[in-house]
Design a protein. Structure first.
Length: 279
């Protein structure tokens, strides 16, 4: 398939890599040449990492490189797109503008997917004249490793679009679960309050950090305890996701004060080398 990925940040670079590694022709779009160069470097980092770890060989690495090109020109990049995955900033205004542009420059048959974590798919679809071809494909970070994609149907998404998007995801070796267009979908709706409650256990001195994580490793067979997982996701991401859920569903999602404090102190988890753990 001809795949276009809009936005080559954390998620877009992973989606581009995974798509090219599965044999699709990929065009990555960024806002300007400098951001495009940075985005292509992120994609290349995935290639190098997978090469070093022995997941791909040199020949496969050069095949992946050959499958990916970059562009700053929406019209040119989208002229023969089968499916576009949008992974720009989590901002409704920016996403609606991108979808309105995509609708204008893509062939009528192109499916338009958003990787949004929290914005309504129906709202995004309303920026286009093809709401039946718009849906959510919510990938998980890091994309090449994580096997799940949540597929979100908007009010007017057609069964054919769902089928085509599901087939695409399966070519990446990933599995689709379907969720209605409700904030947090499946995973974040249940995971974020779980992490929040785990942080409260620490805050209220109910248990130590290590015992909280150990409890879920050994008591529920989780591969990683909730505090370590929060560090991995990013404390800032956990905080902002809880705030979005709180706005939608009320107080039971209100982030606990320790999360606010950690973000103010710049303890964002692995990416700042300091969170619930030091790295
Ligand atoms: N980071 C995560 O763990 C995660 C997980 C699942 C979903 N998401 C969602 O994925 C999307 C992207 O998140 P991210 O973490 O990759 O963000 P990011 O900030 O790392 O990357 C966003 C990229 O989009 C580019 N961009 C912005 N506007 C653009 C435009 N008009 N045209 C082309 N490119 C544009 C930016 O230059 C940037 O490189 C968001 O909707 C986010 O909610 C993120």
């Amino acid at each position: 398939m001809n795949i276009v990925v809009v936005g080559a940040g954390t998620m877009g670079s992973g989606i581009a890599y995974s798509s090219a590694a599965s044999g699709h022709a990929v065009t990555v779009i960024e806002q300007d040449q400098k951001l495009l160069d940075q985005g292509m470097k992120r994609v290349d980092d995935y290639v190098q990492r997978n090469l070093t770890r022995g997941h791909i060989n040199k020949e496969q690495a050069s095949q992946i490189h050959a499958k990916i090109r970059g562009s700053t020109d929406f019209a040119k990049a989208c002229s023969d797109a089968d499916l576009v995955v949008e992974a720009v900033f989590e901002d409704p205004g920016i996403k609606e503008k991108v979808f309105s542009t995509l609708d204008r420059v893509c062939p009528r048959s192109t499916i338009l997917a958003s990787n949004t974590s929290s914005i309504s798919i129906s709202k995004i679809a309303s920026a286009t004249k093809r709401p039946e071809k718009v849906l959510g494909l919510h990938f998980f970070n890091p994309v090449p490793t994580m096997k799940l994609v949540e597929l979100i149907k908007g009010e007017r998404t057609s069964p054919d679009s769902v089928k085509a998007a599901t087939s695409f995801v399966e070519t990446l070796g990933k599995t689709v679960v379907q969720s209605a267009d409700r904030t947090g979908f499946i995973v974040n709706r249940a995971l974020m309050p779980f992490i929040n409650e785990s942080v409260k256990l620490l805050e209220e001195n109910v248990a130590t950090r290590d015992d909280i994580d150990k409890a879920f490793l050994l008591g529920t067979n989780h591969p990683m305890g909730p505090l370590k997982l929060a560090d991995f996701i990013g404390i800032d991401v956990v905080l902002s996701t809880l705030k979005v859920l709180e706005t939608e569903f009320g107080e039971m999602f209100a982030p606990t004060p320790l999360l606010e404090k950690m973000v103010k102190e710049g303890k964002l988890g692995r990416k700042t080398k300091s969170g619930f753990y030091d790295y």
